[in-house]
Design a protein around this ligand. Structure first.
Ligand code: HEM
Length: 405
């Protein structure tokens, strides 16, 4: 961890101490209360109620561990490189255990509802700007304030090349949001299964890293935590911003993410069946799993630096990016991530964002949108376009090692 500056480390430690003084729950890996979320609120409707903190992926993990033991990961990556479409047969030559695993798990769950998935696709398209902002920038800022995730990302191979890592992650994000996400010509089933293999590889590799201490990474609880920083957080924000949404749209948006959770290997007994169940689960799992880490602070700085760089053609600067990030997350998360304060831009965004939303929703005409609002709008477009393009240049592959330095 030599590259982490001492100052940042001290600051993070200071933030941790302050939390204790404020009498708040000590963050990070501190859930001592028993798992209390009722499986009656899940897609399965029933379950034994096992604590997902101690459940990983019992199907994918042994298959991927065996690939490592047999030295087959590079060859598997080569064979799967051109496996892209949901309806595409697997290439010849894959190890039999892997082939069986993929064939079983590329299928949609029995409860997937095609009609809802189509509605979700339309919703994702019409609300694309908000969703890309919330899932890309907002979700990114939340994930760096989740110690277990920040450390996993930092010490895995992708931690050394965050631009590539964000591009790769956005492949799945854009696949979920695509009109044909789960149609035969879409890519969501393929990219979800590939991601499940990547996560299994991380569980195999990270415990071998000299920097790693703690439990096996990416438990079912960890995946649920991250899941809530995506759809649950995005829905809460869109409601806060008064984005008009029909009940059918809200339900369909939840559904596409329920299916995605299943495809990522989350057990149906943990996947919330309704928004009420999702909110309850989010409130249970997020607070004890959030907090500051030096790794999270460094990753935040890298991510915001990239955002500023990619969006500079639109005239955006790092202060605006900082303000945008602070606008998307609450004060506490912004402090944990050590996102610098930007009084001017923070005030500007707070003022223009509701106007932009109302304009987009056809509730106010153009002349009422102040000029400065377009700086924010254009920056977002540049950011999304950049990662869309980057995403096309790369693919999700099973990592063969950890962060090299
Ligand atoms: C890789 C998505 C949860 C840690 C990936 C990739 C995607 C993805 C698309 C492939 C991109 C790449 O290889 O860089 C998701 C989604 C999640 C989730 C949608 C939940 C809904 C988690 C959690 C953790 C985690 C909870 C850790 C606690 C990682 C790591 C990699 C990875 C370390 C590999 C990075 C590398 O080796 O380069 N994830 N993930 N993910 N994910 Fe996740």
């Amino acid at each position: 961890m030599a590259e982490l500056s001492r100052r940042k480390m001290l600051l993070s430690g200071g933030a941790l101490g302050a939390l204790g003084v404020m009498g708040m729950a000590v963050p990070a890996q501190a859930r001592t209360a028993p798992w209390a979320w009722a499986p009656s609120g899940s897609m399965a409707g029933t379950g034994v109620g096992a604590d997902p903190r101690w459940v990983w992926d019992e199907e994918a993990d042994p298959v991927v561990a065996a690939l490592f033991e047999r030295g087959q990961v590079p060859e598997v990556n080569r064979l799967l490189w051109d496996w892209n479409r949901n309806d595409q047969p697997l290439p010849d030559g894959l190890p039999a255990d892997l082939r069986d695993f993929i064939e079983r798990n590329r299928q949609l769950p029995s409860w997937a509802d095609r009609r809802k998935l189509e509605t979700a696709a339309e919703f994702n398209k019409s609300r694309g700007l908000y969703l890309n902002l919330l899932n890309g920038v907002g979700g990114g800022m939340l994930s760096t304030a989740i110690p277990k995730e920040a450390r996993s990302v930092y010490y895995s191979a992708g931690g050394a090349d965050m631009e590539d890592r964000v591009a790769k992650t956005s492949i799945l994000g854009f696949a979920v949001g695509a009109l044909n996400a789960y149609r035969p010509d879409g890519t969501c089933m393929v990219n979800s299964v590939k991601t499940r293999l990547v996560h299994a590889a991380v569980r195999h590799l990270l415990p071998q890293s000299p920097h790693w201490s703690g439990d096996i990474p990416i438990s079912q609880e960890d995946i649920l935590v991250t899941w809530h920083t995506l759809p649950t957080y995005a829905m809460r924000k869109m409601l806060e911003w008064k984005v008009p949404m029909s009940a059918a749209d809200r339900d369909a948006y939840l559904h596409v993410w329920q299916v995605t959770a299943h495809m990522l290997g989350v057990r149906d007994e943990y996947i919330p069946a309704t928004w009420a169940a999702a909110n309850a689960q989010s409130d249970q799992v997020l607070p004890p799993n959030m907090g500051p880490t030096p790794e999270g602070v460094e990753l935040t700085d890298i991510l915001l630096g990239q955002l500023a760089e990619q969006t500079s053609p639109g005239g955006i600067s790092r202060p605006l990016v900082n303000a945008l990030a602070r606008f998307l997350v609450d004060e506490q998360v912004a402090e944990w991530d050590q996102i610098p304060r930007e009084p001017f831009w923070e005030g500007t965004i707070r003022t223009v964002w509701p106007i932009l939303v109302r304009f987009r929703e056809g509730l106010i005409p153009l002349p009422l949108v102040p000029e400065i609002a377009w700086t924010v709008d254009e920056a977002l477009r540049q950011y999304i376009l950049f990662f869309l393009t980057k995403g096309q240049e790369t693919k999700i592959v099973i990592p063969t090692g950890n962060r090299p330095n």
